[in-house]
Write a protein that binds this ligand. Sequence first.
Ligand SMILES: Nc1ncnc2c1ncn2[C@@H]1O[C@H](COP(=O)(O)OP(=O)(O)OP(=O)(O)O)[C@@H](O)[C@H]1O
Length: 312
Amino acid sequence: MNSIVTINQLEKNFGEKQVVKKISFEVQKGEILCFLGPNGAGKSTTINILSGILGYDSGEMNYKGKSIKSCLNEFKQHLGVVPQDLAIYEELSAEQNVKFFASLYGLKGRELEEKVTKALDFVGLLERRKDKAKTFSGGMKRRLNIACAIAHEPELLIMDEPTVGIDPQSRNHILDSIKKLSKHGMTILYTTHYMEEVEEISTRILIMDSGTIIAEGTKESLKEDIFDERQFILEVEEEKNLNIDDFYTIEGIKKVERKEHELTITTLKNIENLDKIIAMVIKNKAKILNLFCRTASLENVFLRLTGKSLRD
Ligand SMILES: Nc1ncnc2c1ncn2[C@@H]1O[C@H](COP(=O)(O)OP(=O)(O)OP(=O)(O)O)[C@@H](O)[C@H]1O
């Protein structure tokens, strides 16, 4: 993959406080790169630096191999930003808002009209285009915020927690839109502390905590790297017949827990022992009603890496 943006040893302090601690990463063409981390991790600071809103203390930022400082106008022309706080004019209509932002990128005349219509249609607000933003729900305002950022069809779209505090329907709409934009070739850098969103849309993830990137990879590789265990969950009948100690005689078993009808068995991933587990249940004269294998979640990955939960 080609890298669009390369960040090298980026550092930002607010007074004595080190907020971004010499981080390095790349944004590759066509990906949906999710920045996942708890509040205060430094995600917004990092992307505010990248989008030119904030300065930085040291490090390098390149756009297609050139220093961003040396080609700032070119870079900004290809950049769309959806800030965490809404950046729309309440007294203007949806259409006027999008027009205003798109015209900042030099669009005018028929092309402007067409792109504004396309952006409003894309976020599902075309029918409300003449209505003032102040009459919109929180979710609709968020969608309008996105329309303002995409009308000029940027190559790279940076989105800072665009779904915070909105209803599930608008949230789904936004996530679907992001997947569609990606299919059309847009590269997306997306920050969030919602794991489910990362699970749904990311093609790659950077996990950030306390100003550093603590892990990087696809959701599959992150889970794979960190976990050498898997869990079998068995729903059983006649569970009182089960002798838990018997299961520990099976190679690879690390933990066996029984909660009413549910038997949770944690075992080493590289040891094939499911046949022995099933045989043991049958030997104990219990009956298996259902069985599934639990894969590791990103929440668990974060917990393992930092010892704390993402939503603390
Ligand atoms: N202008 C500022 N002055 C001083 N400290 C700041 C400033 N902006 C951010 N910080 C601090 O920097 C740290 C990182 O904040 P940042 O907003 O980048 O985190 P975040 O991961 O984006 O979290 P959130 O999801 O809450 O936005 C926090 O401790 C925050 O309080």
